[in-house]
Design a protein around this ligand. Structure first.
Ligand code: ZN
Length: 264
């Protein structure tokens, strides 16, 4: 057995994760600052095979990674893996992971299926390459961020997850400062599909912050690591024990000891 200490994760608190997809400049420009202002981090799921990805996004996502945000894989391009021949789905997953690692120097530990669509077969492929997928974190509740969903829906999901101590995973695309922005066709490249109002996001983050005694905003990979430690190890106060072969398995997903210390 091998011992490590928690320094960032509070294992007794309910985890809340925010994930945003699809390569939007507002990830770095609008969403990340809202998290940083509160000392929080979140996850961005990228498609590194999108045309012009490096020119458009490499610098911004590289900076986010250095600030402690997670850059995860959302597939090489935004294909529905369930609808591809299996060999193509596998290539899509492999190419995405390799390109992200080459681009940013960090292997993407977690994966988010485009369209939230997966089969037993594509899930097995994704789990062979990644620690966890956004849709399969044990006991988690998943809530889509959709334009027009009242803030109260998100807030009640938070209180329900706290009372049941279940991880909560919000998933969205981008953000807007007003309803008019969401409807503005000229901004579609930045605002994306079903953007959340920035004001609602900020209120939600403030609510999470105000309950910091029992809630913790984590990146998805941090929440997945905590679930992994619960499953295969034992937690004792602010330390945990995990068999060496489980540490070895984590390093296959880019989670070497050095990186674990930063995340855990
Ligand atoms: Zn997507």
């Amino acid at each position: 057995m091998n011992k490590m200490r928690f320094s960032r994760i509070h294992p007794e608190k309910t985890a809340v994760c925010f994930t945003f997809d699809d390569n939007f400049s507002r990830h770095g420009g609008m969403i990340a600052p809202a998290f940083l202002r509160r000392g929080f981090r979140c996850t961005f799921y990228v498609n590194p095979g999108e045309e012009g990805f490096e020119e458009k996004h490499k610098e911004a996502y590289g900076a986010l990674l250095r600030q402690g945000f997670e850059i995860g894989s959302h597939g090489y391009v935004h294909d529905n893996l369930s609808k591809l021949p299996p060999a193509h789905a596998l290539k899509n997953l492999q190419n995405a992971a390799t390109r992200i690692r080459d681009c940013f120097g960090v292997y993407p530990a977690t994966f988010a299926f485009p369209y939230h669509d997966y089969t037993g077969q594509t899930l097995a492929m994704a789990k062979a390459l990644h620690l966890e997928t956004r849709n399969t974190l044990p006991y988690s509740v998943w809530v889509a961020i959709r334009s027009g969903t009242p803030l109260s829906v998100y807030l009640s999901a938070v209180s329900q997850c706290v009372s049941q101590n279940r991880p909560l995973v919000f998933s969205g695309h981008s953000a807007v400062t007003s309803r008019e922005e969401a409807d503005d066709e000229r901004l579609k490249n930045e605002t994306g599909y079903n953007p959340i109002l920035l004001g609602d996001l900020e209120t939600l983050l403030d609510e999470i912050k105000s309950q910091s005694g029992r809630l913790q905003a984590l990146t998805f990979e941090q929440a997945a690591l905590l679930a992994y430690i619960r499953r295969y190890g034992t937690i004792d106060g602010d330390a945990f024990f995990l068999p060496q072969e489980r540490f070895d398995a984590l390093s296959a997903f880019g989670l070497c000891d050095k990186r674990l210390k930063k995340l855990i």
